[in-house]
Write a protein that binds this ligand. Sequence first.
Ligand code: ADP
Ligand code: MG
Length: 604
Amino acid sequence: MSGKIVILPETLTNCIAAGEVVERPASIVKELLENALDAGATEITVDLEKGGSSIRVTDNGEGIAREDVPLAFARYATSKIGSFDDIYRVHSFGFRGEALPSIASISRVEMVTRQISSPAGTRAIVEGGEMKEISDIGCPVGTSILVSRIFEPVPVRRKFLKSDMTEQGYCMEVITRLALMQSAVKIRASVGGRPVLNIPSAPDLSERIALTLGQDFRGQLIPAAGEIEGVRLTGFVSRPEFTRSSAAQMYVYVNRRFVKDYLLNHAVMTAYRRLIEARRYPAAVLGLEVAPGDVDVNVHPAKMEVRFRNPRGIYALIVDTLSGAIGAGLTPGAAGAAVSSGAVPSGYVSRVEEALKRYRVSSGPGKLFFSGPVTVKTDAPANPPPLSREDAKWGQPLFSSGENSGCPHFHCFSDLLYIGQTAGTYLIFTGEEGMVLVDQHAAHERVLFEKLRRQAQNDKAVGQRLLLPEVVSLPPRDIAFLTEALPILEEAGMEVEPFGGDSVVIRAIPDFLSHTEARTLLLDLLAECGEADRDMPLQEKREKIFTALACHGAIKANRNMTGPEVSGLCRELDAISHAATCPHGRPLAVSISVAELEKMFRRK
Ligand code: ADP
Ligand code: MG
């Protein structure tokens, strides 16, 4: 009997390797852009077809010599390293020589390239990993790579792709990440022939941030710079009042490579601790320059995770530098603080000082708290866990959604006597049957949510027109999402229209949100309907948007409610047929019956 083990043919191994490198069209965009940057390009154009179904990246870099073209498509063929140790010396993005063969194994690639020294360029066509054609062609210096029929040889991979819009969003995000750190490179992008991005080269990073992420960032950025042996940190972080409701705008780079690293993000969040509310996130564009020997980038196929030789030092560097920068940015006249104007909320400076003091106390020389792996909570869980038995011990949710919804002993909130508020958040009521506690924020949120739902059904949303329509510029991935969400916003009384390029104009906001800032509201909405959720069906999208709007409009925790406000809320709750939980799924009221009270006090 012959043996069972065979060596797989290269076309198949490339396909398998492509599984690691090419997860989705955006991964192709990333690899092609990195190659263009490695080739020293100063101008790069990305042309996408719908959803990244075809991708063309054109650069004015050094080009590839005719004899090297077939090698560029061979596995482990690279011009960037020659020995293993070189990996720890490289300054280029690539070095594994895997990207082009992986991409070519799962698509059709057409490459046109010319070096300055060569009179003619080369055109090569590779399909399913096989070189089909290689010929001369007249073309400008540089390289243009067109990738089409993506995943055709591996149809199963296509099933894992999300909607065109989401995939396109991922592609745009990849471009944004690279564009931020490459101030000198001109980057343009189009989708289906329509220009969507045109970022000129910028003299400095803060200018580049505004050009890439939106003009809103102007005047909101605090410069940060610090150094420890072998590591330099530079970049910008947002003023603490300019926060976001997701961590999506925290961009951290190691040696110009975008990384997603818990340790680094945690350090950034620590610098803001107590300065921003829970579940709010700063925007940040930070670059770490680490001696290549002190960081291992070869731990992740897409090189998104890295490993440091001195993680504690880097953690401390970030916390120290950012805390200092944020403090200096807010202390009037602080030396060297190139901070633009912007009203500082009262009490703010003292909070910064307090946080700084606390940080110094807790960190002290050489005893910064840092143990084991750290994790960052990026977002609240979409559905909070149901009350456990333990939680339910002292009181039952008033209406647990399901069988016993509609508590038999309880008719309406307005019949209860209001006693007062505890913990700044819970309203205490007494009634014939015992005691009722209401979470003021959750309750009001439910009221507003129901109101939005009713209005949407009856087509009668009331919007509050803004005296001055507000123009907001958005990162490209948000524009596409917003375009689809416009009718839903309109149902809620929020009027937003495209305003050309990367901008939209807000003309009206829901009446119950008239006290909020329109721009912040829109940005928060976009952040809350984060990337992962962008594929949801319309109905779900509506729920999500309504929930976010209701949450923004609802009375906050830790606010004193007046008597009339409490009775108003009770009436509104009574008008809702199934006020079981807040739209996020938390209970909004809990009752403790007289019998339960008696048990607690051992009277029974
Ligand atoms: P790596 O980037 O890891 O070296 P790739 O498979 O991405 O591997 O690319 C293989 C080789 O092809 C590179 O080392 C480089 O020499 C060449 N190459 C790829 N894209 C370009 C480009 N846009 N301009 C110039 N050379 C390129
Ligand atoms: Mg590469």
